[in-house]
Ligand binder design. Structure first.
Ligand code: CUA
Length: 308
């Protein structure tokens, strides 16, 4: 993963942050130098000041207490306003609108479409076409979370009962890590997100595959039945009778890179461990350890891997 700004939003923020860091460091060094100089050159003018000393002191206070801070802070103030204006979602219409719902402790992601049947829902993995501005409508169904992908854009909170608007844009293809940035409970630290920025063709291909219902599995019908019995009360798999929204939509689970909101790579071994005992891997997660027979476990494990 790259670690430098990879989008126009993060670039503006990084420029301002670097300028503030450099200026802050210079001021700090000068201040410490003056302090040390004052300590090793004590002067008796403090106790018996002449009027010339008083005037010099007043000039120094004006210079270092008002003039220099104003020269540094006023340009930074305008720079900050400029940056805020540049990352304001109202400045430019977006190419795509995505709803992001924060949940303890994962992300529901819904791609809107003007044609109602073309909207689709996924989880914990946000795909973007490179160079396109994607508007995010952020909300939460439980507590306050915060959406943050440092390489692409600043943070925006997800607040229950309220819709916050932000935008995100990647200027080059790649995978970028995101993280909930507002303490939201015991698994706050493992509320991760993966952003995949890809070419427009790749994005369209991905969106088309996500829009489709789950592949009808003719080989493992038993696995689907076992899944519906054990998991269908919390999860959705489009194309089956499982339509609950307590947990993530699993229609294309096997196409995702990670499990448990960025906790584990989506490998068959990790998937098996996750189904067998999610509480051991992510203590406190809303997914319970579902009791099931050895056969059901094997069938469900196989079935989930077909959800590409
Ligand atoms: Cu969600 Cu921290």
């Amino acid at each position: 993963m790259t670690r430098i700004p990879a989008g126009p939003g993060a670039e503006r923020i990084a420029d301002l942050f670097q300028a503030m860091t450099i200026l802050g460091t210079i001021v700090f060094v000068i201040f410490c130098g003056a302090l040390v100089w004052g300590l090793i050159h004590p002067r008796d003018t403090v106790l018996r000041p002449t009027s010339e000393d008083d005037r010099r002191r007043t000039r120094m206070i004006l210079l270092f207490g008002a003039v220099l801070p104003a020269l540094i802070l006023v340009p930074l103030l305008f720079w900050t306003y400029g940056t805020l204006a540049a990352i304001d979602p109202r400045t430019r219409p977006a190419d795509l609108v995505v709803d992001v719902v924060g949940k303890q402790w994962w992300w529901e992601i819904r791609y809107r479409d003007t044609v109602p049947g073309r909207t689709f829902t996924t989880a914990n993995e946000l795909h973007l076409p490179v160079g396109k501005r994607v508007e995010l409508r952020l909300t939460s169904t439980d507590v306050i979370h915060s959406f943050w992908v440092p390489e692409l854009q600043g943070k925006t909170d997800l607040i229950p009962g309220r819709e916050n608007v932000a935008w995100i844009e990647a200027s080059r293809a790649g995978e970028y890590g995101g993280q909930c940035a507002e303490y939201c409970g015991v698994q706050h630290a493992t509320m991760g997100l993966l952003v995949v920025a890809q070419s427009e063709e790749d994005f369209e291909r991905w969106a088309a595959s996500q829009r489709a219902a789950a592949p009808a599995d003719t080989v493992n019908a038993q696995g689907r039945e076992a899944f519906l019995r054990a998991c269908g009360y919390c999860h959705t798999v489009r194309g089956t009778t499982a339509g609950a929204r307590m947990g993530p939509d699993l229609t294309h689970l096997a196409s995702r890179r990670t499990l448990g909101a960025g906790l584990l790579l989506n490998t068959p071994g990790n998937l098996g461990g996750w189904i067998a005992n999610p509480q051991a891997l992510k203590p406190g997660t809303r997914m319970p350890r579902v009791p099931m027979s050895r056969d059901d476990f094997r069938l469900i494990h196989l079935y989930l891997q077909t959800l590409r």
